[in-house]
Design a protein around this ligand. Sequence first.
Ligand code: NI
Length: 255
Amino acid sequence: MLFDSHTHLDAEQFDHDRELVIKRACLNGISYMLNPGADLSSSVKAVELAEAHDFIFAAVGVHPHDADQLDTEMLSMIEHLAKKSVVKAIGEIGLDYYRNLSPKDVQIYWFREQLRLAKRLNLPVIIHDRDANDDVLRILKEEKSFETGVLMHCYSGSRELAEQYVKLGAMISLAGPVTYKNARKSVEVAEVVPISHLMIETDAPYLTPEPNRGKRNEPMYVRSTCERLATIKGISFEEMAAVTMANAKRFFKII
Ligand code: NI
């Protein structure tokens, strides 16, 4: 019984076999999945998928890559979507200074606006942070986002930063890279984050865990990440699955 807390089932890579992928996930013990949005159209698709399957939930939001497409009208459409009962978070939102596909100041402006939206609706946030550690942490603190819940998705920062996030009450979600041979940094993070603050995800169709690295990623492969984390933590697979399931349900307020 696993919870894939971040999977892009709406992605075009699944256009030819989406329902089969979902069925395979169910047959392999993935009992819940959360599909975050990356722009308005993927947020709409995420909500549609969640409304069609009672074990899929959605998050809505605009990724920093597409921040320059955002305007007040689009934000109000995101807000309208966010009020639906299948929507459990605002995301994925954040800052990406690695690819800088939208200008920095534009990314920051709409990151703040979406954090404020989440606070207004009392929803947690799913954060994408790439090479923007200092600004992301500072802005999350300034916007008091830790009060309503912060999930650091596909966490790739340092062990020290992970410890700071845990102190602030945030959840740390690890993906396929923790299974890679050169994953020293992710392994260190997994070692220091208490299991009460750990979540697992695929980020499918990207970042496929070993031993399927190289193939398209899909929710059923979250099992490999769970196995790796159980080994690092020295607990059974079943216990790691149960704890990450309970953490995700608590974070997304799923009863
Ligand atoms: Ni993602």
